[in-house]
Design a binder for this molecule. Structure first.
Ligand SMILES: *Cc1c(COP(=O)(O)O)cnc(C)c1O
Length: 341
């Protein structure tokens, strides 16, 4: 294989050797198959293509100082994929099949797991979609589950630097009783208008508000929102947010570190009172937010003190990343080491 420049990897797709696949047919899952192709043969009437019957996961494998490869809370990803499958009426991937597929995909591509200390990791993308043909709107009878991996560099090249966010009021990512809690491609398609609009305004990502009143903070692009105030970790509660495993973990770590935690509707008006704000998700772990602009009113909220991440965000980030790479004791049993053979 060509020598990869681990320290300068983009957050993008790089071809690896293998991916693994499995088909659900006649009411049951078949055998896991290994493929070296980057393509999938697909029926032209597959429900994924026409009616958006598709869900995915995003997770990472990390190489520790001991050279061992670690997964982080994989079972939460497996359960979330089941939740998404139920949400759009797809066949569920059994938890053990999910683990087998992920471990197999990682092991077959071991040489692509970046070395410890480069800040890079192996991104893992499990994908589940309706591959059976239907023309009427109904769930497919056949499904494909596949896992591919790709080495990625840190999400933010400049490191842990604050991002600028734009409040979007003329499009929504997900409806309150829609598919917001499912990790489905349709939500991402719906979020593109807001993403492009925020970028055209010179901002990094959109902040979506609740659909009904446009009063409460929902999500930051495809990441959860959190704020720090008076020794409290505050994160929105709503029926359209995708439950982030990173956020869940930060909540636990915040409690461990002696902070209070509040999960409740968070009004945009509160932004002014927050000491630190950030977005969280697997890709970047934490992106500290330096500035929020309300595009329509032009109102700007600034959090950028010396343009660095706040102390609580930094502490939470260091702790979580430390656990993922095996540098900090894994008190909660979040890490699974993948055997060599
Ligand atoms: C995947 C995702 C997140 C982040 O979840 P993690 O489990 O932390 O990676 C947040 N919001 C949306 C909409 C997502 O799709």
């Amino acid at each position: 294989m060509q020598q990869l420049d681990w320290k300068n990897l983009p957050f993008g797709y790089i071809k690896t050797k293998y991916n693994v696949r499995c088909t659900y047919k006649d009411g049951k899952w078949g055998e896991l198959e290994v493929s070296d192709s980057e393509y999938i043969p697909m029926h032209i009437a597959a429900t994924a293509l026409h009616y958006g019957q598709e869900a995915f996961e995003g997770m990472k494998a990390y190489r520790g100082k001991d050279n061992k490869i670690r997964l982080f809370r994989w079972e939460e990803n497996a359960k979330r994929l089941q939740h998404s499958a139920e949400g759009i009426h797809m066949a569920k991937v059994p938890i053990d099949l999910f683990l087998q597929a992920v471990v197999k995909a990682v092991k077959l591509n071991q040489e692509f797991v970046p070395p410890y200390g480069t800040g890079a990791s192996l991104y893992i993308r499990p994908l589940l979609f309706g591959s059976g043909a239907e023309v009427g709107v109904r769930p497919a009878k056949e499904y494909t589950f596949l896992v591919f991996v790709t080495p990625v560099g840190p999400y933010f090249k400049e490191g842990f630097n604050p991002v600028k966010i734009a409040i979007i009021r003329d499009s929504d990512r997900a409806a309150p009783l829609g598919t917001g809690t499912f990790k489905v491609g349709g939500n991402y398609a719906a979020s593109l208008r807001g993403t492009i609009k925020s970028q055209q305004a010179g901002y990094g990502a959109p902040m979506y508000l609740d659909c009904c009143e446009k009063k409460y903070i929902d999500e930051i692009g495809a990441a959860n929102f959190f704020a720090i105030k008076d020794n409290t970790y505050i994160t929105p509660k709503s029926s359209s947010i995708l439950a982030s495993i990173t956020n869940m973990s930060l909540i636990t770590l915040a409690e461990d570190l002696g902070y209070k935690v509040e999960r409740r509707p968070v009004s945009v008006d509160e932004l002014e009172s927050f000491e630190e704000v950030g977005a969280c998700g697997t890709a970047a772990v934490i992106s500290p937010i330096g500035e929020v602009i309300d595009i329509e009113s032009g109102k700007v909220y600034k959090f950028c003190k010396d343009c660095k991440a706040g102390p609580v965000s930094k502490k939470l980030y260091d702790t979580l990343v430390g656990i993922q790479y095996g540098d900090i004791e894994d008190k909660h049993g979040w890490v699974t080491i993948i055997d060599k053979d």
